[in-house]
Design a protein around this ligand. Sequence first.
Ligand SMILES: Cc1cc2nc3c(=O)[nH]c(=O)nc-3n(C[C@H](O)[C@H](O)[C@H](O)COP(=O)(O)OP(=O)(O)OC[C@H]3O[C@@H](n4cnc5c(N)ncnc54)[C@H](O)[C@@H]3O)c2cc1C
Length: 366
Amino acid sequence: MNVAVVGAGIVGLSTAVALMDRGVTVTVFERGIPGNGQSGGSSRIFRHAHDDPRLVELAQRSLGIWRTWEQRFGTQLVSSDGGVAVGPAVLRRFEVMTAVDGVAAMLVDGAEVPRFLPMSAGYDGPALVDHTAGAIRTRAAIGSLTELLRDRLITDEVYAVAPRPTGAVDVVAGGSTARFDRAVICAGRHTAQLAGAIGRALPVALEAHIRFEFAVRDGRVPQMACLQDASGQYSDVSAYGTPQPGGRAYAVGLSRPIAVSDDLGVADADAFAQARQETCAYVRQALPGLAPQPVGSRACWITRLPWGDDGLAVWQEGNVHIVAGHNLFKLAPWIGTAVADAVVDGELCDELRPDATLGGAPAPRR
Ligand SMILES: Cc1cc2nc3c(=O)[nH]c(=O)nc-3n(C[C@H](O)[C@H](O)[C@H](O)COP(=O)(O)OP(=O)(O)OC[C@H]3O[C@@H](n4cnc5c(N)ncnc54)[C@H](O)[C@@H]3O)c2cc1C
């Protein structure tokens, strides 16, 4: 079988490696530098804490693959920093998490959060500690997968992915048009455009926010938990934080959305300055162990499905599979294996069907 994968972000690379491991001849089309789209930057949160119990289990399966890849590539891909969540959802999330065998979570008082995140001022109310959460070493992951796929990567922009009545799929790229047995579209924030061109309207809402990096005041902290703050104590929108590799900086994002124009640019020119000001104010109060002037930033392009911030689904149009959703980094190893199975066996797993609304309220059992 000859399969094209469009997009070399974490989802496309994971899918391509899973296909390669199944003996498929795979070609990955990437118009820029692998991992420089939504997968860019040096860290992401790996967490089990989700509202949808299916995502807790799938995160656990994904962590199993991350660990296998660590052996395969000889490098750490998910740190052992752990994770802390605060806010009204933590009691329910604790129940959801601990119902899944092997997920290690505990509840502590919010005042104890600095034990896990030394730069934190602490919180009122309960906090959920996810011991096996951590920071994903995104550059190591992208670099290792890209290296494995180096002979299969074509640097070119795909203009169209066209399923033919025969079942074949034509991939029209800048340099050439080539025919494949199957194709997978994993083009991040450009996925909806490519899908729309073959008549599949995806319910993806596009927006953005900016994540800023702050230096640790004490120089280096060996262990800094990832943070999900929906407490409302220091900001009226939720916030998240991730340790950067090396333990000297911490990335913080506030989820105040910035509108995106039709050509996928940021519509409001003042939005960056406002986001910076607001994030610095949050850091001053919530994370006083960080110096409150950013040392770096990263745009977070959000491709949200209507049923939730962690919503994820795969659509099919002829022999083309189309992956869409948000917060996919942690799940990408599992997504890759599930999509590769669908491509090879012709049968998509139940969880990834759009009517399963994975990452939202589970659909009633049929
Ligand atoms: C700042 C930030 C923080 C985040 N935090 C988290 C987190 O803590 N945990 C988590 O799990 N997720 C998080 N996410 C979300 C996660 O990073 C994304 O869901 C994930 O990286 C998406 O990967 P992808 O491969 O689908 O898309 P991308 O990484 O965008 O890859 C798509 C690729 O397709 C290429 N492409 C597009 N169009 C074409 C074309 N026509 N032809 C050829 N190539 C094309 C692009 O150049 C790009 O490289 C965050 C995202 C950001 C930006």
